[in-house]
Design a protein. Structure first.
Length: 123
């Protein structure tokens, strides 16, 4: 059995929560889970290749909730396994999952992340 190394509890988010990684939003997708320490989101294709993946924006569709320029560090960026009948998808269309760790947050950003978890995450 694998030992859990995370410090913070992860919460699944509703379908309206999205993340945009990088200065030019090179990876944009739906947030799968979030904690006070980071988040994971899935996306289909890199919009624009970028070396600057040190910030992430989180937003909720259908309203004005938006946390911008959250400093982060890329932890992983992997292809999500797909069922056998979808294996014929080209590599560009296979979903990817990206995980980021928040680093050096301001007090305001911490409060905004907790507000997002409170309003849009399933506990």
């Amino acid at each position: 059995m694998k030992v859990e190394k995370r410090r913070h509890v992860r919460y699944r988010t509703c379908d309206k929560v999205f993340a945009a990684l990088g200065e030019r939003f090179s990876k944009v997708g739906r947030v799968k889970d979030i904690s006070a320490g980071g988040l994971a989101f899935e996306y289909i294709i890199d919009q624009w290749p970028s070396n600057d993946l040190t910030r992430v924006d989180i937003f909720v569709t259908g309203n004005s909730f938006h946390i911008s320029k959250i400093p982060c560090r890329l932890v992983y960026d992997i292809i999500v396994p797909v069922p056998g009948n979808l294996i014929t998808l080209t590599p560009d269309l296979r979903p990817k999952r990206c995980g980021v760790k928040f680093v050096g947050l301001t007090e305001e950003q911490i409060l905004q992340i907790y507000a997002l978890i409170d309003r849009y995450a399933m506990k």
